[in-house]
Write a protein that binds this ligand. Structure first.
Ligand code: BGC
Length: 337
């Protein structure tokens, strides 16, 4: 009887011990909203967010990730955020559809006491007249539990321009003393599109080259649109076009198809530049069918976003801004890899 009693006590202790250890295990609820699932670059980015969170799980710490598709619709994304708040997310990672809605969104999330990591689309500071300022955004600076993780798009634009300047003929194929280019832009509200458009050309001008813009159109980051715009420009301007600048690789992949269809040859009678270093684009650079791209480090950015989200979950202090460098990807770079 005595033995049976001690076995029971031992059993209770073991069970008690088990239930204690499972009570220790904590599942954090993470809400992630991406501006649009069909975006090539953001697909790599979101997959890496998920994979990296999973790789950091331990027996005691789990992450329950809810990924939402903003479908490039701010109203849809606002609904998702409201759902995240109702569901009691422990942290939110947000790739805004519209950076002009940043204030409203940040206010709601902060009021609900949920920490927030903004990614990829940097909200901008504005003056009283609505002009963009080259300053950090107050909605981020004034909130200890809000931060932005991204890459400085000025650098990617500058790298695109430098890769042209570094060519033997500096992009002036016909030798008329000026670099004649077309620009295919991403979503014009997006600072990445604005800066890449400005700084690619600025790098050439700063290096002392004359430039001529033949065409500047909005392709909204989209491959099909990039192809269509480049094909139209090739029809309209023919071999006057020496350089095709695309704000991202998806549009550059489209432009590469248009260039081939028009019977033009990259590296011989035209140059083509993108940004992101998507696998397909890097392959084209290797094969000489693209002049260059710029690595938009989705691994570095997604890891930085997850790392800071975890700091916030632990209640640690964070910075308001985290920057990840771009890298120039031209033929020399890929051959050296
Ligand atoms: C990338 C684009 C992408 C955009 C989405 C940019 O940083 O270069 O490929 O479409 O982010 O916001």
């Amino acid at each position: 009887m005595k033995k049976a009693f001690s076995v029971l006590v031992a059993l209770m202790l073991v069970l008690g011990c088990f239930s204690f250890s499972s009570a220790e295990a904590k599942t954090y609820k993470v809400g992630v909203s991406i501006y649009q699932f069909t975006d090539n670059f953001m697909t790599l980015y979101r997959n890496e967010i998920e994979a990296y969170f999973k790789s950091l799980e331990t027996e005691d710490v789990k992450f329950e990730i809810t990924m939402a598709d903003g479908k490039n619709d701010m109203a849809e994304q606002t609904n998702q955020i409201q759902n995240f708040i109702t569901q009691g997310m422990d942290v939110i990672i947000l790739n805004l559809v519209q950076t002009s809605s940043a204030d409203a969104v940040i206010d709601q999330i902060v009021a609900a006491g949920i920490p927030l990591v903004l990614i990829n689309r940097e909200p901008l500071a504005y003056d009283a007249d609505g002009n963009t300022l080259d300053e950090a955004y107050e909605g981020i600076l004034n909130n200890a539990q809000v931060c932005y993780v991204g890459a400085d798009a000025r650098q990617s634009g500058t790298f695109q321009g430098e890769m042209v300047a570094e060519l033997e003929n500096h992009g002036d194929i016909n030798g008329d003393g000026k670099i004649s280019y077309i620009m295919i832009e991403g979503d014009p509200e997006n600072i990445d599109a604005q800066y890449r458009t400005e700084f690619s050309v600025k790098a050439l001008v700063d290096a002392g080259y004359e430039v001529e813009c033949l065409d500047d159109q909005v392709g909204n980051w989209d491959q099909t649109k990039g192809q269509e715009l480049c094909a139209n420009a090739l029809t309209a301007y023919g071999d006057k076009i020496e350089v095709v600048f695309c704000n991202n690789d998806a549009m550059a992949l489209g432009a590469a198809t248009a260039i081939q269809t028009a019977g033009r040859v990259v590296g011989e009678d035209i140059y083509l530049l993108g940004v992101d270093a998507l696998e397909e684009a890097v392959q084209l650079v290797k094969d000489g069918e693209m002049t260059g791209t710029v690595l938009n480090d989705h691994i570095g950015q997604s890891h930085a976003a997850v790392d800071v989200a975890i700091k916030l979950l632990k209640g640690e202090e964070i910075d308001n801004y985290y920057w990840v460098d771009y890298v120039k990807v031209n033929k020399e770079y890929v051959d050296a890899q």
